[in-house]
Design a protein around this ligand. Structure first.
Ligand code: AQP
Length: 334
């Protein structure tokens, strides 16, 4: 059984891309050796409002529990509750190079050559490496956007192991069969993202069924009427991928089924399928949101479990790096 780690940022409202690319798989595949993290340290890299961050963190935890993550089965926790993440990140920053971080596509897209971007936006892939390596994860279930960061994690782990002795496990990214990169419904060349300002193009878990339907019916398609995946038809290709992700159907079978039926019928059925797929999660979220104390308690237990593993890994890292043994002051999760 592979050890698994994956994370999600509380940087905005959870969308369907997050759900099919990551959360739904986490919930389906969860086991005791799986660790899932709300990565709030990552959510402060690009400017944020403290009260909103706190509220979004709790709400994201509520969505993860609503999706079916069971704190008695897997480990679910908030990153800032386990201080070893920041400590490990610093050690790994001294292993990673400016050159490799400068090649990260997400950094290049976000920074766009500006000198004024926070340093954290440049170094956060190293924090992500620390997140994964602390738990000796072998697999990291993510959407396609994160593949490059997982490769970087492998490179950093390999370099550290070569220098200081076998310490970290080299992880690999695992992608879903469909929905690995859901695109924005309006800006079809951009991935659906919490941080993209495209309210009509981002399908939120929190949207009502009527809003979901409206957004899908208005999704940008291409000229023509053929329901077919093709490089010159990015809009309809994305919707086919989404349909496949929420129903488990093959894209080829969907193309055949909608042959000659046009975009309208296809989009209407897609809206039905998406709403049906999300209904149980939305209902459960509404129930759980009424008891935020229970959600916070689940996170507290999760942090204690996570810290048991992370502190053991950090003890080895400190010793390997050559830090003098001593009593480490920490703020344990009670
Ligand atoms: N569009 C997507 N399609 C499939 N999977 C996706 N993921 C994100 N977007 C898509 C996957 O969701 C997990 C959590 O990633 P995240 O918290 O980084 O989500 P985000 O929406 O990308 O959030 P931000 O704040 O806009 O972050 P940036 O733009 O900085 O990444 C991951 O497994 C991710 O692959």
């Amino acid at each position: 059984m592979a050890r698994v780690f994956s994370g999600i940022q509380p940087s905005g409202d959870v969308h369907l891309g997050n759900y099919v690319g990551a959360i739904n798989r986490w919930a389906h595949d969860q086991r005791p050796e799986h660790t899932y993290c709300i990565v709030d340290l990552h959510a402060i890299t690009a400017g944020h409002d403290p009260a909103t961050l706190r509220a979004k963190t709790l709400d994201l935890a509520t969505w993860l529990l609503a999706a079916g993550l069971d704190p008695d089965v897997c480990t679910l926790f908030v990153q800032s509750h386990v201080p070893e993440h920041a400590e490990c990140s610093w050690v790994l920053e001294c292993t990673a190079t400016m050159g490799e971080l400068g090649r990260m596509v997400q950094f290049k897209q976000r920074a766009e050559g500006r000198d004024t971007v926070p340093v954290g936006l440049f170094t956060y892939p190293v924090l992500q490496a620390a997140d994964i390596l602390l738990y000796h994860a072998e697999e990291v279930p993510v959407g396609a956007d994160q593949r490059q960061h997982i490769e970087l994690t492998r490179d950093i782990a390999h370099r550290f192991n070569s220098r200081f002795g076998e310490t970290f496990t080299l992880p690999r990214a695992t992608l879903p069969p469909a929905g690995a990169r859901i695109m924005d419904l309006q800006l079809v060349d951009k991935k659906m993202s919490k941080s993209l300002d495209s309210p009509q193009g981002t399908l939120l878990l929190d949207d009502s069924e009527a809003t979901t339907r409206k957004k899908l019916l208005r999704a940008v398609t291409d000229s023509g009427t053929e329901v077919r995946a093709a490089p010159d038809k990015p809009g309809i290709t994305n919707l086919l991928d989404l349909f496949a992700a929420v129903t488990g159907a093959e894209v080829a079978a969907l193309e055949q089924h909608y042959d000659g039926k046009g975009y309208g019928a296809f989009k209407g059925d897609l809206a039905e399928a998406v709403n049906g797929f999300l209904r149980p999660v939305r209902d459960r979220h509404a129930e759980l949101a009424a008891d935020p104390g229970a959600v916070a308690e689940a996170l507290r237990k999760g942090a204690a479990k996570a810290q048991e593993v992370a502190s053991q890994t950090m003890a080895v890292v400190r010793e390997r790096v050559g830090f003098l043994a001593g009593t480490v002051a920490r703020s344990p999760v009670e």
